[in-house]
Design a protein around this ligand. Structure first.
Ligand code: NAP
Ligand code: ZN
Length: 350
C-alpha cells in the first residue's frame, strides 16, 4: 500500500478534511496517476449528502479526473509514464459480458466498479479524484489529447461524456433542434457539444442571468423558463431535449415542448419522481428516455472530438479549502460552469 493526500468527507454532509488515504500497490494492469485537477460534479454532492441512499464513508469523491501517468504495472500496454490521462465514473468492469465487449462498461452484467463510493471486485472501497493520486486499471484511463489543457479536460470525463452519449444516440446534428434544460456543469457541455455537432441549440434556464453565456457557448436561443408564458410559447419546438436539472421538474410541461417523434433524454438525477400523463407521450409518439454516463470508447471519442473542435469545459479553479463553499454554490446554481479543484493545494497537516 502507498498513500496520497486526499479530501475526505468523514460522514454524510460533513465538511471535508485533508487526510492521507491509501491505495493499492500496482497490479500488472494498473496505472498510477498523479492527479492534477478534479471536477466537482453535482453527483458528488448527491452522494456526499446521501441524497441517493446510504453511502460509504469516509468518502473521497471525484470522478472527473485529469492527470499524468507516473508509474505502470508490468503488463500495461496502453499507457506510458508521462502520458496525459483522464478517469471518469468507472474504474473496473468484468470485461467479458455483452455490454463490456460493446464498450458500454457502465452496463456491465457483473456491475461496473464506480470510481468512489463503490467497492472493487476485491471488496476494497474505491476512492476518487479529490486526491493527488489514484490507481486504476489501464482500461479505465483514457488519453487526454494534447490540444486540451488538463484543467478544462477534467469535467469532460463525466459532464462531457454524459451529455455526449444522448446527443449522439438521438442524432443531434445539422437540421435538428436541440434544447438543453439546466445551464450548469452538464448543461453547458451539452450546449457546446450539440452546437459543435451542428445542431441548432436553445438554452432553457430558470432566469436570464446566464443569457450572454448561452450565445458565447454556441446556443442560438435562450429562454428564461420562470418567465410567464415562455414555456407555453415553446410547445412543439424541439427534436431533442437534454434535461440536466438536478431538482424537481414539471416533466409533462417539458414533454409538450417536443415535436412529434421528439425525445427528452434525462440525465439529471433528482430524488423526486417525474410525472406525466400517458397521453403526453402517446400523442406525437414522443420518447421519454434516460442516459447513464458513457462507455470508455465513447469517452475517448468525445475527448478526441473536443480536441478537434477546440472544446474544453468553462471552469472556475478552486483550492482544496474552497470545496465546502463550492458545494453550496453548486446547489444554489452559482457556478459558471464547473468547479475544478487544483489538487496540488490539498495539504495534510502533520
Ligand atoms: P449543476 O451544475 O448543479 O447543474 C444543474 C442545473 O440544473 C443548474 O445549473 C440549474 O440550471 C438547474 N437547476 C438546479 N436546481 C434547479 C431547480 N430547483 N429547478 C430547476 N432547475 C434547477 O449539476 P450537474 O453537475 O450538471 O449535474 C446535473 C444532474 O445530473 C445532477 O442530478 C447529477 O447527479 C446528474 N448527473 C447524471 C449523470 C448521468 O450519468 N446521467 C452524470 C453526471 C451527473 P439553471 O440555473 O440554468 O436553471
Ligand atoms: Zn458526474
Amino acid at each position: 500500500m502507498t498513500s496520497t493526500p486526499a479530501l475526505v468527507a468523514p460522514s454524510a454532509g460533513a465538511a471535508f478534511e485533508a487526510r492521507t488515504v491509501e491505495h493499492r500497490d500496482l497490479r500488472d494492469d494498473d496505472v498510477l496517476i498523479d492527479i492534477k485537477f478534479a471536477g466537482i460534479c453535482h453527483s458528488d454532492i448527491h452522494q456526499v449528502r446521501e441524497e441517493w441512499g446510504s453511502a460509504i464513508f469516509p468518502m473521497v469523491p471525484g470522478h472527473e479526473i485529469a492527470g499524468v501517468v507516473s508509474a505502470v504495472g508490468d503488463g500495461v500496454t496502453r499507457h506510458r509514464v508521462g502520458d496525459r490521462v483522464g478517469v471518469g465514473c468507472m474504474v473496473d468492469s468484468c470485461g467479458e459480458c455483452e455490454f463490456c465487449k460493446n464498450g458500454e462498461e457502465q452496463f456491465c452484467a457483473k456491475g461496473a466498479v464506480m470510481t468512489y463510493n463503490g467497492r472493487g471486485y476485491d471488496g476494497e472501497e474505491t476512492k476518487g479524484g479529490y486526491a493527488q493520486q489514484v490507481v486504476v486499471s489501464e482500461r479505465f484511463a483514457v488519453k487526454i489529447p494534447d490540444g486540451i489543457d488538463l484543467d478544462v479536460a477534467a469535467p469532460l470525463l463525466c459532464a462531457g461524456v454524459t451529455v455526449w452519449s444522448p446527443l449522439k444516440r438521438w442524432g443531434a446534428g445539422p437540421g435538428r433542434k436541440v434544447a438543453v434544460i439546466g445551464f450548469g456543469g452538464l448543461g453547458h457541455m451539452a450546449v457546446k457539444l450539440a452546437a459543435a455537432l451542428g445542431a441548432e441549440v436553445s438554452v432553457l434556464s430558470r432566469t436570464d442571468a446566464k443569457k450572454d453565456d448561452g450565445a458565447a457557448l454556441g446556443a442560438t436561443a435562450y429562454h428564461a423558463t420562470s418567465e410567464p408564458g415562455v414555456l407555453r410559447e415553446l410547445k412543439g419546438s424541439f427534436d431533442l431535449i437534454i434535461n440536466t436539472v438536478s431538482a424537481d421538474l414539471p416533466m409533462q410541461t417539458y414533454i409538450s415542448l417536443l415535436r412529434p417523434l421528439g425525445v427528452i433524454a434525462n440525465v439529471g438525477l433528482p430524488t423526486s419522481n417525474y410525472e406525466f400523463a400517458p397521453g403526453a407521450v402517446v400523442g406525437g409518439s414522443r420518447v421519454v428516455a434516460g442516459s447513464n454516463i458513457g462507455g470508455i470508447p465513447a469517452t475517448q471519442e468525445m475527448l478526441d472530438f473536443c480536441a478537434e473542435h477546440g472544446i474544453g469545459a468553462t471552469i472556475e479553479t478552486i483550492s482544496a479549502d474552497q470545496v465546502d463553499e463550492a458545494y453550496e454554490r453548486v446547489v444554489a446554481g452559482d457556478v459558471r460552469y464547473r468547479f475544478v479543484i487544483d489538487t496540488s493545494t490539498i495539504a495534510v497537516s502533520a
